[in-house]
Each structure stands twice: as C-alpha cells, then as structure tokens.
Design a protein around this ligand. Structure first.
Ligand code: TMP
Length: 256
C-alpha cells in the first residue's frame, strides 16, 4: 500500500492515486466510528462487506442511468473510481422517522413520514456536520441553485431504487446518506453520486421483525453489527455468488 500515493484518509476509507489520470482507488477500512469518532472500534471484515455491498448498489445505479463515480471493484477491499470534487454536503433522505430527525422534531422512531424528506448537512467534522438549509448552501457557495436541483433529483431517484431493492429482500429503507461529487467530462460538469452506500450510511430494518441491520447496532451498542451487515449482503445474494445452487442476485422474500 505504501507504494501508492495516499490522497486522503477518512474515518472508514482511504483514497489512493489511481492507475490513470482522473481515477482513484477507494480502500475500505475495518474502522467503525460514530458520533464524530468519539466511538471507535475495528470490526474485522467490515470493509470487505461494505466494499461488496457498495459495489452492488453503485453498479446498479450506473446501469439505470444514475451517474456515479464508481468504475469497478478491484479486490476484496478496493474499488476503482473516477476522481471528483466532493460537494461539502451530506445529503440525507428519510422515509421513516429515526435518528436525529426523531430527536429534533420529537417524532416516534418508526413513524412513517408524510413524504420522503431530504436534509442537508455541512461536511465539517470540527462542527459535527451541522444541518444547513438551501440558503446556507447557496449563500456560502457550497453548491449553486441548479446543482441543488440536480442533487435533490438524484437523491430521490436513489431513494426509489434503494427502497425497491431492499423491499425485494425483506428490508425497509428507513433513511440513508449520500455524498455527491462534481465530475468533468469534455468540459461539461455534472453531479454524480460518490463515496459509498452501505449499512454504514443507511438505516435498514427487517420488515417483519424491525431488527436493525445497520450501523445503529454499533451506535446504540446493540452488538452483532458484522452479522447484520453479512445478513444484508447475503439477502442481496452477494455471499455465495460462486456456489451454483443459490445463483446470483437478490433473494425474493415472500410477504404475507
Ligand atoms: P441521522 O439520523 O443521525 O441524521 O442519520 C441519517 C442517516 O445518515 C442515517 O442513515 C445514517 C447516515 N449518517 C451517515 O452516513 N454519516 C453520518 O455521519 C451521520 C450522522 C449519519
């Protein structure tokens, strides 16, 4: 790893210089952090699971015409991605009340929201990623009004895709966070989905039991986080891909 030039190290990933101009390698670490790194543990194999789950989601987003930075998975822990300028926002889409919105607005966890709600948070660890409005975003120049429109359209399309994907395997998509980047191609700039989408950045509940299958297991000290991530990967058909009897792709869960 030391052969390559390290461009950036975050809490859960490292970015290295890629093999060609305009590319990077995204390495998934085993670090689990919460509450802006106040809670930190190494969970053996988390990076491998998130790499695989995120690859599955991003390659499908690409296939249905939702642009992303993802090119291909390289190995157990690494992906080849396009280099983008990250928009300094975390964009959260919520379908069901949980986490910070439940606390902020006094909602019951599990309450279905009147409609999908998009929230913006300014990416600044030293400030604990404060929630911001479109006024702040345009006023401080973090994104233009046209970019905010693009971001909201992408966020809703990702929400529709992910909700359907997880519903098909018996999982409810409560909320998720995405990050966006600016990608230049032939002098044209467009906004693409970047970073990762995994149980680290989504709230995923089993539809029947409401069991949490995401990073809330770590945040709330429920235990069994790796098993939950493995369960998500397994339901998406990602764990036994080379074993002929199971075949590929999502496993349909019959609802009654
Ligand atoms: P929140 O309810 O804590 O605001 O989180 C909303 C969603 O965003 C949830 O799916 C978890 C995800 N998230 C991140 O991916 N990174 C973060 O730093 C935070 C606070 C939340």
């Amino acid at each position: 790893m030391s052969r390559r030039r390290r461009i950036y190290e975050g809490k859960a990933k490292i970015l290295y210089e890629g093999p060609e101009a305009g590319t990077l390698i995204q390495f998934f670490k085993d670090d689990a952090t919460a509450f802006n790194k106040k809670k930190h543990e190494i969970l053996d194999g988390k990076g491998v699971l998130n790499n695989r789950i995120s690859e599955y989601i991003f390659s499908h987003l690409n296939q249905i015409g939702i642009p992303t930075h993802f090119i291909k998975r390289l190995n157990m822990r690494e992906q080849l991605i396009k280099q983008v300028d990250i928009v300094p926002l975390e964009v959260v889409v919520r379908n069901i009340a949980a986490g910070s919105i439940a606390k902020r607005l006094g909602l019951e966890e599990g309450e279905v929201l009147p409609r999908s709600i998009i929230e913006f948070f300014y990416k600044a660890d030293e400030l604990d990623d404060p929630m911001v409005s479109e006024e702040h975003i345009t006023g401080f120049g973090w994104a233009t009004p046209a970019e905010i429109d693009d971001i909201m359209t992408l966020a809703i399309r990702v929400n529709d895709f992910l909700s359907g994907l997880f519903l098909g395997v018996g999982i409810q998509l409560v909320d998720f966070k995405i990050e966006l980047g600016r990608l230049w191609e032939n002098d044209v700039m467009r906004i693409v989905v970047a970073d990762e989408i995994s149980p680290d950045s989504c709230r995923l509940w089993d539809i029947k039991s409401k069991k949490k299958l995401d990073k809330d297991r770590f945040r709330q000290e429920l235990g069994g986080m790796l098993e939950a991530y493995r369960e998500v990967a397994d339901r998406l058909g990602l764990l036994h891909e080379n074993e002929p009897p199971r075949g590929k792709g999502p496993v349909l869960v019959k609802s009654d």
